[in-house]
Design a binder for this molecule. Structure first.
Ligand code: ADP
Ligand code: X2W
Length: 301
């Protein structure tokens, strides 16, 4: 590629202006949850992969955790297997678990690894089973209505929550200049598989690595109020109120909960950002106020 003198001057200026932002994050770990719409369009996929490779090239350490709910849904539909969600979690019987493992660990993980590597990165794909990267236990879901004297336990099958993360493996890969790409499948004490919401895995990985940032890419502008205004800097109490009055529901529930937990667990900031915007990840790094919904430790009390 040859650039005209003007174009080269513009490039040089832009790169030079990026320096203070880059320096702020050099050597720091950023955990990015990739999923939703940003994973469906080719243009957005390419932009995402290039952002990740660029980050690594300038000395920032990205760790990617991916979702794949729509892709799992597609295959379940083709196989005529019904799928239900409770509080944003897919009810997972053993047949569904097989599909989840195939789609996330096989198809989606390798697609993302391939994409990043195609753009010059050294991505390495893992599920929670590799070197016990993500140990998990069964997630207990309870529900209580005012009429009930005690909470009812709801069995949602092989859905897990993270009990530990093998940071030794991740740190070894990061030091070796690899970009870990993690599928949200956990392994239980008896070797059983767990389907874990990808946001929850990203939050726990960020906490375990003491990441500078947790970025949750999604298919919406951020956490919004009932009028569609993007909310930012909320306290835990405000979030609880928004959950209680039904403003936050479905897939946004695990997202907001894990963002709050991550900042309480030592991650400097968590961001819920719009994956439909090209280069959403870079934009987040190169703006002072950030894009979408910001959650920091100050907001988590
Ligand atoms: N208060 C809220 N603000 C924004 N989105 C919300 C809110 N409450 C629920 N949602 C829903 O959560 C969805 C995002 O969750 P999900 O579809 O699981 O995303 P992803 O696949 O990116 O993880 C939004 O598209 C929206 O339908
Ligand atoms: C328990 C649970 O719900 N697991 C998710 C795992 C994938 C995921 O989280 O994908 P998205 O981020 O694209 O929604 C599922 O089965 O869909």
């Amino acid at each position: 590629m040859t650039l005209s003198h003007e174009a080269a001057t513009r490039f040089a200026q832009i790169l030079s202006e990026a320096l203070p932002y880059i320096r702020r994050f050099v050597g720091k770990t950023l955990v990015i949850k990739y999923g939703g719409n940003a994973m469906e369009s080719d243009e957005l996929k390419t932009g995402f992969a290039r952002d990740i490779v660029m980050m690594k090239a300038v000395g920032i350490n990205p760790v990617v955790v991916h979702g794949g709910g729509p892709q799992i849904g597609d295959l379940l539909k083709r196989l005529n297997i019904e799928s239900n969600f409770i509080d944003g979690m897919r009810v997972t019987d053993s047949q569904t678990m097989d599909v989840v493992e195939m789609v996330l660990g096989g198809q989606v993980n390798k697609d993302i690894v391939n994409l990043i590597n195609h753009h010059g990165g050294k991505a390495i794909g893992l599920t929670g089973k590799d070197a016990h990267l993500i140990r998990a236990r069964k997630l207990q879901v309870t529900r209580q209505t005012p009429e009930m004297t005690k909470p009812e336990i709801i069995d949602i099958g092989q859905v897990g929550e993270v009990s530990s993360v093998n940071t030794e493996l991740l740190n070894m890969l990061v030091r070796g200049d690899f970009i870990p790409v993690i599928a949200p499948i956990g392994v239980g004490e008896a070797g059983e598989s767990y389907n874990i919401n990808a946001d929850l895995v990203a939050g726990k990985v960020a906490e375990a690595l003491r990441a500078e940032k947790l970025m949750l890419l999604t298919n919406i502008a951020g956490l919004m109020d009932k009028q569609g205004k993007v909310l930012t800097g909320l306290s835990t109490t405000q979030v609880d109120e928004l959950i209680a009055d039904g403003t936050i529901y479905g897939g946004m529930l695990p997202k907001i909960r894990c963002a709050l937990e991550a900042v309480q667990g030592g991650v400097t900031s968590a961001h819920i950002i719009d994956g439909r915007v090209p280069h959403a990840v870079m934009l987040e790094i190169f703006t002072d106020t950030g894009v979408g919904t910001l959650i920091t430790n100050r907001s988590s009390s």
